[in-house]
Write a protein that binds this ligand. Structure first.
Ligand code: ZN
Length: 651
């Protein structure tokens, strides 16, 4: 989901100088950190353990898009594999379309201010018309119960542990809302509707070793926690529409005209963007042929979800993506003519170039892109990610288009590859993603949109006052509990700032990158917890970081370093000097102190975080030989210092 624009309203807080330090090393460096020891499922070293298990859901879907009624009708066959050590007497599924019902919990908990997840109109939600368990000849209709966005299906016989499978067939339909909580919907353009269809078929809830069934309802802000599997979906739509979806298009020869097919195949080998369907061709009858409808067949493997989009108005272009392991993928963009509006083509006509660059960067830096295509769709959704396909605003141009495209595609790594629980821990997907976006933005086209990156300002006085103020929600807050105005900080910016601090100040780039890469590798297509992340970073980078997580993740503590005193040894500058610095707040970080002498000599002293184990005050000697002109703590502004007025001592 896209970053929220900040409405920075910083109240001017009175800073009490010379205040008593709040710092307590016994609290910060308390030896008790992990809530449970390593076990057979999750090792203390941060890896999936020898007995790690996860259930599996494979989906096979046939559906139809009705462009008169704006409706999807389909049937899904779910093959569910119970790899857990427990017998399951029932299953829980997610019916996300039920959020669009008037009486949904999502509707009922929308504040009067409305906002991004407010339903403007309502539908009947998911209409379930038939359900069977088992294959032909040996099937039955189970009892089921629907509660808001969740459905419980009771089994005649429990599903046995350690690998038993069952087949569940569900017939469903729903009306496509025009504005679907900024996650899906449809947009009227001059050449027809654009449908963006997501959270559209009944999907299994995750049953895990931590809490069994994960049943938090879908309210809007909290995103998704889903099982992995293979998803095949066939969508039948009126001829003349162009339909893109997660994964690989299996029958391009049945969907494209011969000329479009030729261009599509050319694009697969081209580093330059190749036009596949132009605006002029939108109304070309040779596109639609004689058939009334076309069935588009897609398949995506090892994915948590699948989404698709269809429109008569789509212009389409594509280019080859070069992956780090020598494999190839395909960058595809679809957009209406309304999206080709920017100056000098700095708009959706560059979407494929951006998509290609973004995927190539992340693949080379962190983990190779796992899908055969990466599709960027222009439509009503402001910014939302699904495996192999993202939805971005049709109005985005220039730096905005880059930012939203790069962000939504960055979600491929968090949470599509690393499948953490988004409904509980937004910082592990939005925050980690925002962090990798900064590095990608720095690199794209030699920094063309570098100023659109967020991190440059994170340690500015204004941003620190905003991010670390007492009213701000901490990282360890359920997304639905984070106040709407705070989400941009708590879920996106502060966790990204945390990873920058860990990389730039605590570990250094090499140690951090190796550990972060290893976290992705270990937990690719699996379900890590926050503690699996902490264990991995500590074990691979080689540092006990409980003090760091305690400040940044579990508390909303501030950092306020200050220069307390400068003294010459025996009152003579030529003898050297003793510098005393003080930590006034509850967070601690390693610190750099710059000492400038009047003879022009500079000293740069790097203090490890452990100096704060001795208490809030630290004194150290510097071999100065002349009078000191200036002492500065954190001269490079690498730390989020709450009050910089006390960072500098001047003669
Ligand atoms: Zn996001």
């Amino acid at each position: 989901m896209k970053k929220l624009l900040l409405a920075v309203t910083v109240s001017l807080l009175c800073l009490t100088l010379g205040a008593q330090s709040k710092f307590n090393p016994k609290e910060l460096f308390n030896p008790q950190f992990y809530p449970y020891p390593g076990n057979a499922q999750r090792s203390a070293g941060g890896e999936p353990g020898a007995a790690y298990w996860q259930n599996r859901a494979d989906y096979s879907i046939d559906c139809t898009l009705d462009t008169i009624a704006h409706k999807v009708t389909g049937e899904v066959t779910i093959t569910y594999t119970n790899n857990s050590p427990d017998q399951l007497p029932f299953l829980w599924l997610q019916l996300d379309q039920n959020i669009y019902k008037k009486e949904s919990r999502g509707s009922s908990t929308t504040t009067q201010a409305g906002g991004r997840w407010a339903n403007g109109e309502f539908t009947q939600g998911d209409v379930i018309s038939a359900m069977t368990i088992g294959s032909a000849g040996n099937s039955y209709t189970p009892k089921y119960m629907i509660n808001d966005t969740r459905m419980q299906v009771w089994l005649k016989e429990p599903l046995n542990a350690a690998g038993e499978k069952l087949e569940l067939k569900i017939s469903f339909s729903f009306d496509i809302p025009e504005y679907g909580t900024d996650r899906m919907g449809r947009l009227q353009t001059r050449n027809g509707w654009i449908y963006q269809v997501a959270q559209w078929f009944p999907r299994l809830c995750v049953y895990d070793d931590l809490q069994g069934w994960n049943l938090l309802p879908y309210l809007g802000a909290g995103e998704f926690y889903l099982e992995y599997g293979d998803i095949r979906f066939d969508v039948t739509a009126p001829a003349g529409l162009l339909l893109v979806g997660s994964g690989e298009l299996l029958n391009p020869e049945e969907c494209f005209t011969p000329e479009q097919l030729r261009r599509y195949n050319t694009a697969a080998g081209s580093d330059k963007t190749v036009m596949i369907r132009t605006e002029k061709e939108l109304k070309d009858p040779s596109v639609t042929g004689k058939k009334p409808s076309i069935t588009w067949k897609y398949r995506i493997s090892n994915a948590r979800d699948a989404a698709w989009s269809a429109s008569r108005a789509f212009i389409m272009d594509a280019a080859k993506i070069n992956l780090s392991d020598g494999k190839k993928s395909l960058a595809i963009s679809v957009y209406p003519s309304e999206s080709a509006i920017g100056k000098k083509g700095n708009d959706w006509r560059r979407s494929t170039e951006m998509t290609k660059a973004s995927i190539e960067h992340y693949s080379a830096k962190w983990f190779s892109y796992p899908y055969p295509a990466a599709i960027n769709v222009a439509g009503i959704v402001g910014g939302m990610e699904y495996p192999g396909i993202v939805f971005c605003s049709y109005q985005s141009v220039g730096a905005d288009l880059w930012s939203v495209t790069d962000h939504e595609l960055g979600h491929t790594w968090f949470p599509m590859i690393v499948g953490s629980n988004e409904r509980k821990y937004a910082w592990m997907d939005e925050g980690f993603n925002t962090f990798i976006n900064d590095l990608s933005t720095e690199e794209f086209n030699r920094g063309e949109f570098k100023d659109a990156g967020f991190f440059g300002d994170a340690n500015s006085d204004m941003m620190v006052k905003y991010t670390f103020n007492d009213e701000m929600d901490g990282l360890f807050t359920t997304p639905d509990v984070i106040q709407q105005d705070n989400l941009g900080i708590a879920a996106y910016m502060k966790p990204a700032q945390m990873l920058h601090a860990l990389r730039d100040v605590v570990l250094g780039k090499d140690r951090f990158d190796a550990a972060f890469r290893e976290y992705i590798r270990r937990w690719a297509f699996k379900h890590p917890t926050p503690w699996d992340f902490f264990h991995t970073i500590e074990n691979v980078a080689g540092e006990d970081l409980s003090w760091f997580w305690r400040s940044w993740v579990f508390n909303n503590w501030k950092l306020d370093l200050s220069v307390k005193e400068v003294k010459y040894i025996k009152d003579t500058p030529a003898n050297g000097s003793d510098i005393t610095i003080e930590n006034l707040e509850k967070m601690a970080m390693p610190a750099v102190v710059l000492v400038k002498e009047s003879n022009g000599k500079d000293h740069r002293i790097e203090l490890p975080v452990e100096v704060w184990q001795r208490g809030p005050v630290w004194t150290f000697s510097v071999l100065t030989t002349s009078e000191i002109r200036e002492v500065v703590v954190d001269p490079d502004r690498q730390l989020p210092d709450w009050n910089r007025n006390n960072n500098r001592w001047k003669k």
